[in-house]
Design a binder for this molecule. Structure first.
Ligand SMILES: NC(=O)c1ccc[n+]([C@@H]2O[C@H](COP(=O)([O-])OP(=O)(O)OC[C@H]3O[C@@H](n4cnc5c(N)ncnc54)[C@H](OP(=O)(O)O)[C@@H]3O)[C@@H](O)[C@H]2O)c1
Length: 301
């Protein structure tokens, strides 16, 4: 099968498409013929080496942490899906490939396209986890920095549906889209705290920084401290005393997947609009994600 790997950290062109053996599903795993693989900012950070702590890459590795596809083989003990079933989830050992293994997956509802199902696991799980950490309640006001992004837009929709008033930030081109999700919208950047005070004179009960880019001082000013301020993206959090939320395997459950896929299938959340690129275009996909403003990208093997 064809798969994207990289043998050294660096610029997008370190990504290479190679021929490699078909992975065999272990106990509890399924192998899927990948229909769509989400490209996430984390993939770009891993490839660049910015998360390696300065250590060189020990061996070639794959990328990609969310896929949708058709079950192609099942490992021992798998009884909930069969060959031919459509599923989505978190791949084990990379998703930028023609085939991927998954231990945690859920059935893809017919109402969702392969692209829509593929872009929900990473951003959707992060959105749910962040809102849970903030303990937002009906009637409260939440600032979401980066409400136009994959995580931010899903968090906005989930919070609005739960009766939370959301003020969301975005770039100028995306303010109307954030408003269409049911939030008040304002541009990110200098003067953010003042603009948010105008939109939410009642104050904000929590802040989710889903973008990074230096918004935490404004968030802390708005809250009068770090209480109920969280980020998933800004390493400045460690100096500022703000929780940096990182997900782990314990957060990646089939129940979370089912929640997200069903909410999308029933129209309660709209997955990020994704545009597809061929596996061969992984380099260009990473270049676009690095440049920003390209929207969500899925690789279509
Ligand atoms: N810790 C975790 O568990 C976790 C999980 C998932 C993602 N993440 C991280 O969360 C971040 C967002 O992920 P994503 O998938 O939602 O990415 P994304 O779809 O690319 O969204 C990026 C967001 O950042 C905004 N943005 C761009 N430049 C900005 C600036 N100068 N100031 C403020 N906002 C700016 C974008 O706004 P416009 O497009 O409107 O300009 C957009 O809303 C990434 O850093 C990702 O690695 C962390």
């Amino acid at each position: 099968m064809r798969a994207v790997i990289f043998a050294e950290y660096g610029v997008p062109s370190v990504l290479k498409v190679v021929e490699t053996g078909l992975p065999e599903p272990g106990p509890g795993q399924v192998r899927v013929a990948v229909r769509a693989a989400g490209v996430n900012p984390i993939d770009v950070k891993v490839r660049s080496g910015s998360m390696s702590g300065g250590k060189p890459l020990a061996a070639p590795r794959s990328l990609g942490s969310e896929v949708s596809g058709v079950v192609d083989a099942v490992g021992d003990g798998v009884a909930d899906v069969a060959v031919g079933d459509p599923v989505a989830g978190w791949p084990v050992g990379g998703g930028y490939a023609e085939y991927a293994l998954m231990s945690v997956y859920a059935r893809k509802p017919d109402a969702l396209t392969w692209e829509q199902a593929a872009v929900l696991p990473v951003a959707g799980e992060a959105a749910l986890r962040s809102l849970r950490a903030l303990k937002t309640r009906r009637g409260e006001t939440l600032l979401i920095n980066g409400a136009s992004g994959a995580v931010g837009a899903l968090a906005t929709q989930i919070a609005v549906a739960d009766g939370v008033t959301v003020v969301g930030t975005a770039g100028p081109a995306n303010l109307d889209r954030v408003r269409s999700l049911g939030a008040a919208a304002t541009a990110y950047g200098p003067g953010l705290a003042d603009r948010v005070r105008e939109l939410a004179p009642q104050g904000v009960d929590g802040v989710l920084d889903a973008a990074g880019h230096g918004a935490l001082p404004d968030a802390i000013a708005l809250r009068g401290g770090v209480d109920r301020v969280v980020t998933i993206a800004d390493p400045a959090a460690f100096d500022l005393g703000v929780p940096f939320l990182s997900g782990g395997p314990e957060d990646q459950t089939a129940e979370v997947l089912r929640t997200l896929l069903e909410a999308a299938a029933q129209g309660r959340i709209t997955p990020p609009a994704a545009h597809g690129m061929a596996l061969d275009q992984a380099v260009q996909a990473h270049e676009q994600v690095e440049k920003g403003g390209a929207g969500k990208i899925v690789l279509l093997p």
